[in-house]
Design a protein around this ligand. Structure first.
Ligand SMILES: Cc1ncc(COP(=O)(O)O)c(C=O)c1O
Length: 436
């Protein structure tokens, strides 16, 4: 295959040679649609990459960004300040789960995760629990690509080439259980008992050696894996009982995806630390954030006033242009009630998903809020081929979906309307039929 694009760009998470020989190039975006460079309109079934919850081309964000870059393009936040991250943190703490009212800014989900893990470790030390150094993650989890994130993450391809990773990490079993839960609507009935494995790990290592447990309340990247009813509550009870911090990675579920601002709120479980990114700025400018319980933050605020309390931060933490984008984004979310859309449209969305039933090779459909995973039986040629074929077919027919192995993940912008939902499922059904 010969490349029809310049070869210099080493593309992330992409089959570079295959893509460069037969590229899919996006040129512009507006509302629910991308336009490719041949002028075809493509319905965005994935909010870009779980990012653009308010849809594309939002004028308020563009204007806020261009005003800000002209006024103050960059300002350091190390021993210096400007008003925007203070304002944004205040605003976010009103939107986030109660009690998580201290906010650390990053530039991505990966950085949010590594920041959260470092806060957890340093906190345990600060309260005199320095033996708590172990971290627990979960199989099939995606927590970004930093060394912390891949250590607690549970996707083998993201881990296998990178050596021993962080020491002292264990993983809970994942909660995907197609045998018992196939085609469940909303949270699956079976599997809450998988949380009890945490007790087993605690019995093995001693609670006094464990700093934190990190989970995605709903795993997105591994193909939309939902928490069984009661599972997150049980994780909360066990972690609280043993003094282990609970971190929710809400990089995907944050900002309305499952029907409240955060999954923590929809499912009534408040973690000690919560990570986010993506929808924070509607994907427009890179930015992430870590919400922290005030009690955790306050444990750092001891010692002399002149001492730096936490030796961590990024050059771009609280970047003025990213803050301006985030403030404009949050205003849109609230004004247009977008955090409620996942609940308002859930019934229609689930009914439309039901129209896929009976199509060849579907082995499970998982859905909640405005997200869904349609899992297909693997092709005889190997795992992932079926998912890729459906993705290709959809793209050629004007629909962007996200393949994760043989699961097609759907997470449209929250501005989606019923007509878009109908179009989305018509195009997806056709692709599933044609590629069977
Ligand atoms: C749950 C979760 N955590 C972390 C990340 C990493 O985010 P980023 O790609 O912005 O580093 C992702 C990205 O999809 C994610 O889904």
């Amino acid at each position: 295959m010969t490349s029809v694009l310049p070869d210099q760009f080493w593309m992330p998470f992409t089959a570079n040679r295959q893509f460069k020989a037969d590229p899919r190039m996006l040129e512009s975006a507006e509302g629910m649609y991308y336009t490719d460079r041949d002028g075809h309109r493509i319905l965005d079934g994935t909010a870009g990459l779980w990012c653009c919850n308010a849809g594309h081309g939002r004028r308020e964000i563009t204007e806020a960004v261009s005003r800000q870059i002209a006024r103050l393009d960059f300002a350091p936040t190390f021993q210096m300040g400007h008003s925007l991250p203070f304002e944004l943190a205040e605003r976010l703490s009103e939107i986030g789960p109660k009690g998580l009212n201290r906010v650390f800014f990053t530039n991505s989900g990966s950085e949010s995760v590594d920041t959260a893990l470092k806060i957890a470790l340093a906190y345990q030390r600060a309260i005199g629990q320095a033996t708590r150094t172990r971290l627990i993650g979960r199989e099939l989890a995606y927590h970004g690509v930093g060394f912390g994130g891949i250590s607690v993450g549970g996707l083998v391809n993201n881990r296998r080439a990178f050596g021993p990773l962080l020491p002292g990490v264990d993983h809970l079993a994942h909660t995907l259980d197609i045998e018992r839960n196939a085609f469940s609507k909303g949270l699956p009935e079976f599997g809450a008992e998988k949380a009890e494995e945490l007790e087993r790990l605690i019995a093995l290592h001693g609670a006094e050696n464990i700093a934190a447990l990190i989970v995605e309340p709903m795993s997105g990247s591994a193909g939309v894996i939902l928490p069984p009813k009661g599972y997150l509550q049980r994780l909360r009870e066990i972690t609280t009982k043993h003094g282990i911090l609970l971190i929710f990675d809400e990089v995907i579920t944050g900002f309305g995806r499952v029907g409240e601002a955060f999954a923590a709120q929809r499912w009534g479980v408040t973690p000690d630390i919560l990570t986010c990114a993506k929808g924070l700025t509607n994907g427009s400018i890179p930015m992430g954030a870590v919400f922290v319980a005030q009690t955790i933050h306050d444990a750092f605020m001891t010692g002399p006033q002149s001492a730096i309390e936490f030796f961590h931060g990024y050059t771009y933490s609280g970047h003025p242009v990213a803050c301006a984008a985030a403030l404009a984004t949050q205003e849109i979310y609230v004004r247009e009630n977008l955090f409620q859309k996942g609940i308002e449209l859930e019934g229609y969305w689930q009914k439309a998903l039901g129209s896929l039933a009976g199509l060849p090779g579907i082995i499970d459909i998982r859905t909640v809020g405005l997200v869904a995973g349609v899992q297909l039986a693997p092709d005889a040629a190997g795992p992932g081929k079926r998912g890729y074929d459906v993705f290709r077919h959809c793209f050629e027919n004007g629909l962007l979906v996200r393949p994760s192995g043989d699961t097609i993940a759907l997470s449209p912008p929250l501005i989606i309307e019923k007509e878009h939902i109908d179009t989305l499922f018509e195009r997806l059904a056709e692709a599933i039929r044609k590629t069977a």
